[in-house]
Design a protein around this ligand. Structure first.
Ligand code: ADP
Ligand code: MG
Ligand code: MG
Length: 914
């Protein structure tokens, strides 16, 4: 007979699961779920864990794929393991004397906090409860557990809306004249238990199952099904978790934190999840059951209180945290329960944390010799660095505006938005393009769509590990929780904080770094990159990466910032940006409008010193590094007013001419008319049907050689002046939009002559390079010819994407492209992430051909793609020398380049056992 599939693993058989998984802990987690795998792992490490077993994700998938029936033998295997728990604990499932109660817990490969279901206290019924009462001489405990079971069972298994139960408790409390749940007596809970069973009966038409085995069966099936709940699906979509993993079910002996003041329950992080500081952080409640803390329903106490109330337990917790960190080599997020002074650990997992904490913990763990530099670099995701540029409230403004309320600073950064009181409204307003701060009494997993749509989150209740805090940190949303002064009035759609009344739709500004709430729409600032841990990580990344990182910078200020952020040169200076300056534009226009050569050259001569000044600033800021100056690129009409605007202006002027009286007024107006008409004539002459593919780039340089000559002269005069001051300069002149090697030959001759002339005048020799952008398919396909003249290539991936795809970005992004991406006709917007299959292939050809002609050809990328981590990985693969991106993205690019050099990150998760 073939051996039956093993659907169930007791904690003690973790080794078997590991052997089956080929020693890969990754696979063990996929099979047993993260929660189950780690519980089994902890019991092997000697951490106190209540005994239990795990039903595999394979069983879940078999159940969900079939007609929701358990696979053969699964149930029998469960029963066997219940017996095993009975024998180690000396308790009996369903017995009225010393009964075994269990929890039935969800848990998939990746943690999805609170998104799936868990049922506690399984095994209770009328007889068992009566037995417990007789045994304890007190009925409060047993009936509190019992009503929780019926309540959880009702909501999870039978889909009864949870509010019904809460409303019934509230009504009972009012009738009994007590304020808190904890003031209700055993009799109250017994009566409520009966009422809850009544709700189940009337809602579903069936009885609450009194047979413990029936309870366990239904609970197992319900946990399986919770994998496909809406909120779990939404969460997976947002977190990028595949939908076919399934959840495991962990069944475990219950331990009780609600047995009096020597008991309690809580959540602890081995490090501060907001800042990364190396200190135990968390919340707990005395005399409570686990879910009370996570649900954020009761105001929790900080762990420092545990330290003063139960110092031995606190010490033990610190020791376990240290042990687990060493084992998993990562910050841990642990659930614990204290039952009559005995500590039990109920869960551990890698803790969710802010970007700021991620960076600090990674850097610290290298110093503590827990992980290598490579691992530290790999742990920080390039996009997380965005946080360090996240807006913060302007400190001066923050000082001037007193906060109206304070809460816990659980997720840093500032969020400014209109107040909305529920997740649906938040989502709807956000879809309309509004900035929204969601304000809730507390959040529940059902609010996830609002949390994701909000700019920030405020809750009245909950601690550092409440649902709102955990989710906010994970998704980088600023959040302030536990604002006790806050009261929400859902009927009038307003909230009050002290005397302040804030209506839904009013603006507030929250500071998640300080836990403060202010009225109004306050300004923010972007902080600087001085974080010492970040600097360490980036330093290590620099040691790992092989791809250079330069910046696109058009002004000396940009260049200075780029250097500060670690750019190794300028990959693109768009000289036209200097032309758009409002003092210079008239000179540029004069040049364009000139009727005679001499007139045009006068204008060009006027531009020369201005450009020279800018270039000097760039060279000085980038001393020792290359600076690529791209010659004028855009079509000339971009420097003139638009055609329609001019026509309108002229019509207006002519209308007004009729109402002028004095001769001088008329003269002045006529002058205006003449100027506008000149503009219009020129605009008409320059007008092109398709300017993107018209007279621009090198074509301009060929038609107006004086312009390129001037730009080269400015470059070299600046370079010589800097060199004379001892600045190490490396100018590189770049020709845009070439399609034919002949264009380069023609320009090269002109430019080298001008460069030589300047250097001779100045008596300075400067090393420089002459190169071209590759942004047209023909240039890429004839790269071998291009490289005969060009000493470097820079892929202009924006234009290259446009011309390879044959689409114009402006038209595409306003029209069909979003539809394409939205409907997965193409996987990604090719203007955000390089299209590897098409554009990438063309680049590969160009790299190969170019280097055949000139082995030391320097090749980079200067499009926006240069700051996109996925595109950077492609550039690394293609063997480029550098990427160039906006100064703000330079750190992201440095890290992404290191990730590319480290290769695929998939082994990282295996670290604890590998
Ligand atoms: P989630 O994934 O939503 O955190 P859990 O399965 O971890 O769900 O359980 C919810 C709460 O119930 C947690 O606080 C957990 O510590 C508590 N809990 C689960 N199983 C037990 C048990 N056997 N004894 C005591 N508390 C438990
Ligand atoms: Mg949990
Ligand atoms: Mg271009």
């Amino acid at each position: 007979m073939p051996r039956a599939t093993k659907w169930v693993y007791p904690f003690s058989e973790v080794e078997q699961a590991e052997a089956l998984a080929g020693g890969s802990w990754e696979n063990v987690r996929a099979l047993l779920g993260g929660k189950g795998a780690n519980l089994a792992d902890m019991s092997r490490l000697g951490v106190p864990v209540p005994p239990g077993f795990i039903v595999t994700t394979e069983a879940c998938n078999a159940f969900l794929e079939g007609d929701e029936v358990f696979p053969a033998q699964m149930w029998e295997q469960e029963l066997e393991q219940i017996e095993a728990i009975e024998s180690v604990s000396g308790k009996k499932f369903g017995a009225s004397d010393n009964p075994l109660l269990v929890s039935c817990r969800s848990g998939s490969k990746f943690s999805m906090p609170g998104m799936m279901d868990t049922i506690l206290n399984i095994g209770l019924n009328d007889e068992v409860a009566a037995g417990m009462v007789a045994d304890m001489g007190d009925s409060r405990f047993a009936y509190d557990l019992y009503r929780r079971l019926v309540q959880m069972f009702g909501t999870v298994v039978f889909d009864v809306p949870g509010e019904v139960f809460e409303a019934m408790i509230l009504a009972h409390r009012e009738a009994a004249g007590v304020k808190k749940d904890t003031d209700l007596s055993g009799d109250d809970w017994r009566i409520l238990t009966e009422k809850f069973k009544g709700i189940v009966r009337s809602y579903t038409g069936t009885e609450f199952p009194s047979d413990p085995y029936e309870q366990l069966k239904l609970a197992t099936a319900a946990v399986f099904k919770s994998w496909n709940s809406k909120r779990a699906t939404d969460y997976r979509n947002a977190a990028g978790i595949p939908h076919d993993l399934g959840t495991a079910v962990t069944i475990q002996r219950m331990v009780f934190g609600n047995l009096g003041s020597d008991s309690g329950t809580g959540v602890a992080m081995s490090r501060n999840a907001s800042t990364g500081a190396h200190e135990l952080e968390g919340d707990f409640l005395l005399n409570a059951q686990g879910e009370d803390v996570v649900a954020g329903i009761r105001q929790t106490l900080p762990l420092t209180t545990l330290n003063s109330e139960m110092p031995d337990i606190y010490e033990e917790l610190v020791e376990i945290a240290r042990k687990l960190e060493t084992h998993y080599r990562n910050m841990q997020d642990m659930e614990f329960t204290i039952e009559h002074d005995k500590l039990w650990i109920l869960q551990t997992r890698d803790g969710k944390r802010t970007a700021q904490a991620e960076v600090r913990i990674a850097a610290d763990m290298v110093e503590e010799e827990l992980i290598t530099k490579e691992e530290a670099v790999r742990r920080v995701q390039p996009e997380q660095l965005d946080f360090f540029f996240h807006p913060q409230l302007d400190p001066a403004v923050a000082k001037a505006h007193k906060p109206i309320a304070k809460g816990l600073d659980v997720s840093p950064g500032a969020a400014i938005g209109m107040v909305a009181f529920d997740a649906d409204t938040t989502r709807r307003w956000a879809d309309e393009g509004k900035d929204v701060v969601m304000v809730r009494p507390e959040t529940k997993p059902d609010d996830i769509h609002g949390l994701l749509a909000a700019k920030g989150i405020v809750t009245a209740r909950g601690g550092r590990t409440s649902h709102a805090a955990v989710v906010a940190r994970q998704f980088g949303k600023p959040a302030v929780v536990g604002v006790e002064a806050l009261q929400i009035d859902f009927d009038d759609r307003q909230m009050t904080i002290g005397d302040e009344v804030i209506r839904e739709g009013d603006w507030i500004s929250i500071d998640g770094s300080r836990g403060e709430v202010r009225l109004g729409k306050l300004p923010t600032v972007v902080p600087d990159l001085k974080n010492p841990y970040l600097l360490k990580i980036l330093g290590w990344a620099d040691g790992i990466r092989t791809l250079g990182v330069r910046a696109n910078a058009d002004s000396p200020q940009d260049a200075e910032r780029a250097r500060e952020y670690g750019a190794e040169g300028i990959g693109l200076c768009r000289t036209e940006h200097m032309f758009f300056d409002k003092n210079r534009l008239p000179i540029v226009q004069k040049m364009i409008l000139a009727k005679y050569h001499s007139e045009r050259n006068d204008a060009i001569d006027e531009l020369l010193p201005l450009q020279r000044g800018d270039f000097e600033g760039l060279f000085r800021a980038m001393a020792g590094y290359p600076v690529i100056i791209r010659l004028l690129d855009p079509p000339l009409h971009e420097f003139l007013p638009s055609h329609d605007e001019l026509v309108q202006d002229l019509a207006d002027l002519k209308m007004r001419l009729q109402h002028f009286n004095t001769m001088s007024e008329i003269d002045e107006a006529l002058d205006q008319v003449r100027i506008k008409q000149d503009f219009l004539r020129r605009v008409k002459a320059l007008r092109e049907v398709n300017p993107m593919l018209g007279t621009r780039g090198v074509r301009l340089g060929i038609l107006v050689p004086e312009l390129t000559q001037m730009q080269v002269r400015a470059t070299f005069e600046a370079a010589c002046a800097c060199a004379k001051d001892g600045v190490d300069v490396h100018p590189e002149i770049m020709i845009p939009l070439t399609m034919h090697a002949r264009e380069l030959e023609v320009q090269e001759k002109l430019l080298r002559a001008e460069a030589e002339a300047v250097m001779a005048e100045q008596g300075v020799e400067i090393e420089y390079r002459f190169g071209t952008m590759i942004e047209l398919p023909r240039a890429a396909l004839t790269a071998d010819e291009m490289a005969r003249c060009a000493e470097f290539f820079s892929f202009g991936t924006n234009d290259l994407t446009q011309t390879v795809f044959g689409i114009s970005r402006d038209d595409a992004e306003r029209g069909f492209l979003l539809h394409y991406v939205g409907n997965r006709i193409i996987p990604e917007n090719p203007f955000h992430t390089l299209d590897a299959a098409g554009v990438g292939k063309l680049m590969e050809i160009a790299v190969k051909l170019g280097r055949e002609t000139r082995p030391d050809l320097e090749i980079g990328v200067c499009g926006e793609h240069g700051g996109d981590p996925k595109s950077i990985a492609l550039c690394h693969e293609l063997g480029l020398d550098y990427v160039s991106c906006s100064p703000f993205r330079v750190p992201i690019a440095r890290l992404a380049a290191a990730h590319a050099a480290l290769g695929s990150p998939s082994n990282e998760e295996e670290a604890p056992h590998g």
